[in-house]
Design a protein around this ligand. Structure first.
Ligand code: SF4
Length: 355
């Protein structure tokens, strides 16, 4: 039996209440209160029958608790959450340019096995998959942060630690709970799942028929360059990844986002831009250009650097001139450990016990 409320599906908690000898209808109220974050589960305000609050105490251990909080000058807030087994995971709140909104970035795994050469998370390797409840608790923590800052958590992206499509058993239930009107109450369009291109996982997402957004991290316009940056590129060629993205897009009818992190002298030349334009061709996909946050020497010993501004602008200009929709994603939290995995690594270095 789960020990954290966020780990329960609504009908699972209802069945548990029946097993304890109580009406299943109390479960929906308890879960709503937990997701709303206003009332402790056993609170008298919920007017639960005698004995149920005591039973509830056995399933209200927090799935994740705040360990470290960093706030950048631009308002970006990075949370390091400690899980029940002592491991830690990162989540980020990014203020929107609209003063009342914010976006959240969620992790799906502790560490990551993908080995992307420019990523700080990869340096600590893979530890384990997160549970659906641990993903939900990140969302709830970010929503509390947003509310404290006078903002609404408007969108969430699965672009934190881990490869979401290698943990679909937890990511899909978590997404369903975030999009449940009585629980997370996010719209499907407010949720984006990101992948480095795990083709079977992309096909599984398409098969769900769920209407969230998909982002695919390409970071290179050809398989040879990509395989140097992303080892997974040796397993899944670009042609297969884009074919899977086409099928997801055809099913949903809205554009897939292509993520491309510009790295100085690696993937940012005019030739790379033209090759990317050819690769995407007439596909109605949007290109999200990312500015790199340096994380020190990579696993292969490379000191990646962000593309200089004029180079990045020229790259975007070529894509646009060739008819693609391309935008820069704003770089956030430069004065804190903004890159995925940096805060966790630093915390682990400061205290070897931190997971
Ligand atoms: S970029 Fe994402 S998939 Fe790649 S190693 Fe980092 S966390 Fe994993």
């Amino acid at each position: 039996m789960p020990t954290a409320l966020a780990d329960f599906e609504p009908d699972e908690l209802a069945q548990q209440f029946v097993a304890w000898g109580f009406k299943p209808s109390h479960a929906a109220r308890v879960l709503r209160a937990h997701y709303a974050g206003q009332t402790p589960p056993g609170s008298a305000a919920l007017r639960l029958p005698a004995g149920l609050a005591e039973r509830l105490a056995t399933v209200t251990a927090p799935a994740a608790e705040l360990a470290v909080r960093q706030v950048a000058n631009d308002g970006t807030t990075k949370l390091l959450l400690r899980l029940a087994d002592g491991r830690t995971v990162e989540s980020v709140l990014m203020p929107d340019f609209r003063p009342d909104r914010a976006a959240g970035c969620l992790s799906s795994q502790v560490g990551c096995a993908m080995g992307c050469d420019f990523c700080a998370t990869t340096k600590t390797g893979f530890e384990r998959n997160l549970t659906a409840g641990e993903i939900v608790e990140q969302f709830l923590a970010l929503r509390r942060e947003a509310e404290a800052a006078g903002r609404r958590l408007q969108t969430v992206v699965f672009m934190g630690m881990g490869e979401p499509l290698l943990n679909l058993d937890a990511v899909l239930p978590a997404v369903r709970r975030l999009a449940d009107n009585a629980l997370g109450a996010l719209g499907w369009r407010q949720i984006t799942v990101s992948t480095v291109g795990i083709v079977p996982g992309m096909e599984a997402l398409t098969a769900t028929g769920l209407n969230f957004n998909l982002a695919v991290s390409l970071h290179a316009p050809d398989d040879a360059t990509r395989a140097q940056l992303l080892p997974v590129g040796k397993r899944f060629p670009l042609a297969d990844i884009l074919a899977a993205a086409d099928r997801f897009q055809a099913r949903r009818g809205r554009p897939v986002t292509i993520q491309y992190c510009l790295l100085a002298g690696v993937n940012d030349s005019p030739e790379h831009a033209h090759r990317l334009a050819e690769l995407l061709g007439s596909r109605r996909m949007h290109v999200n250009l990312l500015r790199y946050n340096p994380t020190g020497l990579s696993l292969r010993g490379v000191a990646y650097a962000p593309s200089p501004e004029p180079v990045a602008e020229a790259f975007a200009g070529i894509l646009k001139a060739r008819g693609l929709v391309a935008h820069f994603r704003r770089s956030r939290g430069k004065d804190i450990d903004a890159a995925c995995g940096q805060l966790r690594r630093r915390a682990a270095e400061a205290s070897p016990a931190a997971g």
